[in-house]
Design a protein around this ligand. Structure first.
Ligand SMILES: Nc1nc2c(ncn2[C@@H]2O[C@H](COP(=O)(O)OP(=O)(O)OP(=O)(O)O)[C@@H](O)[C@H]2O)c(=O)[nH]1
Ligand SMILES: [Mg+2]
Length: 315
């Protein structure tokens, strides 16, 4: 196989093969990234119990003999408080009109909030494609709340179909994929069958470090963190050297990330190293630095430098 086109092997596909883009939209923390990872059987997107974990649009690619689904994971839509938040919300919003199918994901264990309502409106205004309402976290839903909670969501949005699932426990996960495939247009594969994401290893490694920051550091601090991977070198056949910088906004946050005697940074580094070793498939030597970039979340130039590229303002 000598080029990407032949790797995709489209000539072997059945004539009614389906493909398309499926945007997963919802407020923060409802389980969008968890579901995509579960479908792919690999961690392509980081996950955390804290809201506003995902910051970029990223693709997770599921290839079956009869279909290729390109899931588009998006940042949770919320009321932004700084330019990073604006970037995140705009990124998610822009994915709606481009999608062949929109999955509107909600947390059915709780009643809808104003955020869910706004997103429902956004989907109605921007979307032209079928909408599947996904009621997630069914495992947390007490039996007496099934009807009132579901009804509240059914009233919220104009949907074509709905499914109640548990992304973590697995209820109806496969059924939902079949429901999606039935709604996709006929078309070829866009990616080689073994490709799981459009993200680079470097980006995923930086995210895996940020995931551990979200895990170990609390309150506002993890939200003020950005991670950039600098050096990436194959030192030996079985050892990769990775140097990364953890950016924070204040000296006090730097102190928290480093911790007493460097203990917190060590903890973050060790946990992230384990995850990155799984990603690259060999041993990793991970070196971390912590730097202050004052108010980077409010500064467009800083955001761009850290990989949160906003569209250029029209002059
Ligand atoms: N009990 C339960 N927890 C879930 C389920 N799905 C996701 N979670 C948990 O919900 C939390 C948030 O999951 P994420 O996948 O990061 O949520 P997200 O929608 O991608 O969040 P943002 O990236 O912030 O928009 C994590 O702690 C998950 O383990 C589920 O079906 N049941
Ligand atoms: Mg997410």
């Amino acid at each position: 196989m000598d080029n990407d086109a032949s790797m995709i092997l489209n000539d072997e596909l059945p004539p009614d093969h389906r493909s398309g883009f499926v945007a997963v939209i919802g407020k923060p923390n409802v389980g969008k990234s968890t579901l995509i990872n579960a479908w792919l059987g690999e961690k392509v997107a980081i996950v955390s119990p804290k809201p506003q974990t995902t910051r970029h649009r990223l693709r997770g690619i599921l290839t079956r003999p009869d279909a290729q689904i390109i899931f588009v994971d998006t940042p949770g839509i919320h009321r932004p408080r700084h330019k990073l938040g604006e970037f995140m919300v705009e990124t998610a919003t822009k994915s709606i009109p481009d999608a062949d199918v929109v999955l509107f994901m909600v947390d059915v264990s709780e009643m809808p909030t104003a955020e869910d309502e706004q997103i429902a409106q956004l989907i109605e205004d921007r979307g032209q494609s079928p909408v599947i309402l996904v009621l997630n976290k069914a495992d947390l839903l007490p039996p007496d709340k099934v009807q009132p909670h579901s009804d509240a969501y059914f009233e919220l949005v104009q949907y074509d179909e709905w499914m109640m699932i548990s992304a973590t426990r697995g209820d109806n996960r496969d059924k939902l994929v079949d429901m999606i495939v039935a709604r996709l247009p006929e078309g070829p594969r866009y990616y080689p069958p073994d490709q799981l994401t459009d993200q680079t290893m470097r980006f995923i490694a930086a995210e895996l470090i940020r995931e551990q920051v979200l895990r170990f550091v609390h309150q506002e601090v993890p939200h003020a963190v950005a991670v950039a991977v600098g050096e990436w070198k194959q030192r030996r056949e079985d050892l990769t050297y990775i140097g990364a910088t953890v950016y924070v906004e204040k000296d006090s946050q730097k102190g928290i990330i480093i911790g007493q005697g460097g203990r917190m940074l060590k903890r973050i580094g060790q946990a992230a190293r384990g995850e990155i070793e799984q990603l690259v498939g060999n041993r990793v030597y991970l070196e971390l630095w912590v730097k202050v970039r004052k108010k980077w979340r409010k500064d467009e130039d800083e955001l761009r430098r850290l990989g949160y590229a906003l569209p250029r303002k029209k002059s």
